[in-house]
Design a protein around this ligand. Sequence first.
Ligand code: 6R9
Length: 648
Amino acid sequence: MSEKIYDVPPEWATRAYLDDHGYKTKYEASVRDPETFWGEEGKRIDWFEPYTKVKNTSFAPGAVSIKWFEDGVTNVAWNCIDRHLDTRGDQVAIIWEGDDPSESRHITYKELHDEVCRFANVLRNRNVEKGDRVTIYMPMIPEAAYAMLACARLGAIHSVVFGGFSPDSIAGRIVDCGSRVIITADEGLRGGRKVPLKANVDAAIAKVPADTVDHVIVVRRTGGAVDMTPGRDVWYDEAAALVTHECPATPMNAEDPLFILYTSGSTGSPKGVLHTTGGYLVFASMTHQYVFDYHEGDVYWCTADIGWVTGHSYIVYGPLANGATTVMFEGVPSYPSNGRFWEVIDKHKVNIFYTAPTAIRALMQSGDEPVKKTSRASLRLLGSVGEPINPEAWEWYHRVVGEERCPVVDTWWQTETGGILITPLPGATRLKPGSATRPFFGVIPQVVDAEGNIQEGACEGNLVIADSWPGQMRTVYGDHERFMQTYFSTYPNKYFTGDGCRRDADGYYWITGRVDDVINVSGHRMGTAEVESALVAHPKVSEAAVVGYPHDIKGQGIYAYVTLMSGVEPTEELRKELVTWVRREIGPIASPDLLQFAPSLPKTRSGKIMRRILRKIAEDEFGNLGDTSTLADPTVVDDLISHRQNKK
Ligand code: 6R9
């Protein structure tokens, strides 16, 4: 395949913050002397007490410790709201677009201040204090952002759980971080369908030890009937009517926790990724400004859900820290029609649009017509995040949606990184479809081989980051050992991303996907181990192995191999039951796309499942199974191949 290169459009070279020379100069300065670079950049947020120390970080084996701006004192909500009030109190902070196209709301910075203070007072009245954990299980409504910012204002640590997760998943997260307060809504609304959020919270609380949860605060969204437990549950509007719209922002040390966000890894239960205050906000703000070339007055729309890190950093914290107008969308790209995204862009005159490859691929399938019916004249820049974007989808996004006028920034990052690490800068970087291109300021990517040898020049291998950046996660909540083990033990003194990548002769990075047992389904991260443990929890299942396979829209689909208890018949009905079971155990995003009953699984003589072989079968690469001689029983493989499920 010939490699296409898109030059920076001439108008961008003049209007953007940086051109190519500017990028290179600033990048070199950032890695040559991080202390000075970040010491200056830290001033982009306001501090109650200025920091005198900038970087104090170590990736040393057994002693990983990450601190930025450690003696500074500030407050994230204060930076996202209060400091803008003098200059842009009447400017719109949040444009909310409802699931139903006839519903939208504009919230100014002044209104945001009042709403967040009220929410904080409601929490304070329920004894929420600095350091307490609060679980947020909400639809995409402004109250979700108010709840996050209210926690930040009080110094409470929020743990947002994606609204698509099941009661079991919520329960696990409540228990892990020990939150005594849950914020939810009666029901969510997505694509015209209701989501029983409060009922899911009730079911989750029934699964955690009694007396874990003291308060459930319920925002009215649909008005649907829900059960309210007296003494525990309260309607938000009723509680908010009793409090004022003034609430002081708690002074927070730069390294005090801001939030926990659970994410899947290759082993065990989801990890509570912990982000702190100062470095996180500096990094979210800076990346939002430079990557999206954000300028005063721009209308910016990120289509993520606040249940994922992209929603945290690039719907709420980054844009609001910069005083931007951020669009928050409740619905889905296909409702009421496949033109919804483009219609919303015209309706709110969106300048910067940031979405996921899975959405682009799905919309691309309905052709150019729904796009071309709209003007999109306001659009200036397009972004992509969550998974590798295939060049065909990139080209369509660029040509049809952006009419070849808007640069596409393919941004690589992770829940753990807090913000974007590898990305084009629109005024500086020539684009190659499918490549996340070059590192952001202060980020030192390296490509290593399996033994950890650093590769030079054009190469392929595993992606590691050689030194800390301010947005980096600080620990796994309550388990620093696991943090060090997961990210710093594979390659000593380096942060291991879990991704594979290629670097070309121009120094551009091409992320090739996960090299561990994590799969990426429609941009949602899932540990194969989680799906497996959900399956084996079913009484009829004896063993399960889950792998990813290429899927046209989702990027990866979930392929499950299931061995049943002896005597259980493998029926079509049971297959459906097991798929439903996983949905119920984890949530709809974890439903297996294909499920194959396997009389036995390929194992080594020591009893290890050989996933490499299962992956090849799921990928339809039967001719290329590699060495099967170490298998305890090589005939298992033939049986698996002959019963392979067909791709949808
Ligand atoms: C922000 C987010 C992280 C994993 C990451 C990688 C994949 C994200 C990507 C990308 C290729 C991109 N990923 N962005 N792969 N190109 N632009 O998605 O965080 O949910 O933690 O997922 O997603 O595999 O390791 P998270």
